[in-house]
Design a protein around this ligand. Structure first.
Ligand code: NAD
Ligand code: UDP
Length: 339
């Protein structure tokens, strides 16, 4: 199948490319490298021993995007491109709405013009907001608490309405929980710019000596050990979920939102302990006040993914930490700058 992948040079996109190429799909990546690296794409080519088309461009550039989609004439699209930092979305909300909502609308328009009616979209568990009950299932109310989450909820709504008015169209909205880890080769992984916002990349940078200490945001939550609980999902499992979603979308019409998590909650302390075991060194930390806006617990109901996609995660927390550590220790400064 011909698959057009926006944001394929990023963290989740690059891991999904490996799965797509291994399954024999023909791929075209569209990325502006604002948070992705051409080096990641070069390494994907090496690892998979396959080539792919790459177009450098911005999803906000409606014409360039439409041209790239029309030229490639895809059977399906996987839409990763977007901005993803919750904190930053409070400071520059318009950029977030423009990229995540208008960019998604540009993509749907380009797909319409090229006669492509299949999309798998990167959504987020952030769309649920405060838990009214746990685990989060897909019928939990959508009530995001920050601009980033609202852009994802709006893009979901736009895509849902598009399927209602586009004959034969099919969309899968994958609501990721907390993607972590890296490809087993250690050649690709998460390469955050500046200070990592997320827990595992921060822990990885402490382990490798790039940062001195981790700050644990609060140990007075109503959880097993007082620290926040999340549902961490190995990025390679997440990549496999995209393949399953792509296949599923071929046989149905309409729009489905599907959680992608393990259904297991892990506390910050548990993750830090597991990482220390994986890297064989202690992770120094301080307990500091809660981060504003953080919830105590978030984890997924996973039965819908299993039922509709026939997909189940394979990797546990130790595998997530080991693979992250392999990537971080082999690439302490992330990807080298592209020549
Ligand atoms: P990432 O930043 O590593 O990858 C995003 C890619 O999109 C990058 O290669 C970037 O260069 C590209 N991009 C950004 N803006 C673009 C634009 N305007 N035009 C073209 N390309 C553009 O992020 P990721 O972690 O791989 O996340 C991928 C998607 O999954 C995002 O939409 C994100 O919101 C969503 N998501 C991520 C997480 C997470 O924790 N990583 C959780 C839930 C949802
Ligand atoms: N966290 C932390 N220190 C950090 C980053 C995160 O203690 O430097 C905690 C955070 O409070 C939450 C968990 O780790 O309980 C996961 O945070 P992350 O930002 O990775 O994911 P999200 O909160 O978006 O689910």
């Amino acid at each position: 199948m011909k698959v057009f992948v926006t944001g394929g040079a990023g963290y989740i996109g690059s891991h999904t490319l490996i799965a797509l190429l291994a399954a024999g799909h023909e791929v075209c990546v569209f990325d502006n490298y604002s948070n992705g690296s051409p080096v990641a794409l070069a390494r994907v080519r090496q690892l998979s021993n396959c080539d792919m088309e790459v177009v450098e461009g911005d999803i906000c550039d409606e014409e360039a995007l439409a041209r790239a989609v029309a030229d490639f004439a895809p059977d399906a699209v996987i839409h990763f491109a977007g901005l993803k930092a919750v904190g930053e979305s409070n400071d520059i909300p318009l950029r977030y709405y423009r990229t995540n909502v208008t960019g998604s609308m540009n993509l749907l328009g380009a797909m319409d013009a090229a006669g492509c009616g299949r999309i798998v979209f990167s959504s987020s568990a952030t769309v649920y907001g405060e838990a009214q009950y746990l685990p989060f299932d897909e019928v939990h109310p959508v009530a995001p608490t920050n601009p980033y989450g609202r852009t994802k909820a709006m893009a979901e709504q736009v895509i849902r309405d598009w399927t209602l008015t586009t004959p034969g169209a099919s969309a899968v909205l994958l609501r990721y929980f907390n993607p972590v880890g890296a490809h087993e080769s250690g050649r690709i992984g998460e390469d955050p710019q500046g200070i990592p916002n997320n827990l595992m990349p921060f822990v990885a940078q402490v382990a490798v000596g790039r940062r001195e200490r981790l700050s644990i945001f609060g140990d007075d939550y109503d959880t097993r050990d007082g620290t926040g609980e999340r549902d961490y999902i190995h990025v390679v499992d997440l990549a496999a979920a995209h393949l399953a979603a792509l296949e599923f979308s071929g046989g149905v019409e309409g729009c489905e939102a599907i959680n992608v998590g393990t259904g297991t909650s892990i506390t910050v302390r548990e993750l830090v302990d597991a990482y220390a075991r994986a890297c064989g060194r202690p992770i120094p930390f301080d307990i500091v006040p809660r981060r504003p806006g953080d919830v105590a617990s978030s984890y997924a109901a996973t039965d819908k993914a299993e039922r509709l996609l026939g997909w189940k995660p394979k990797f546990d927390l130790d595998a997530m930490c080991l693979s992250s550590w392999r990537w971080q220790s082999d690439n302490p400064d992330g990807f080298p700058l592209a020549k």
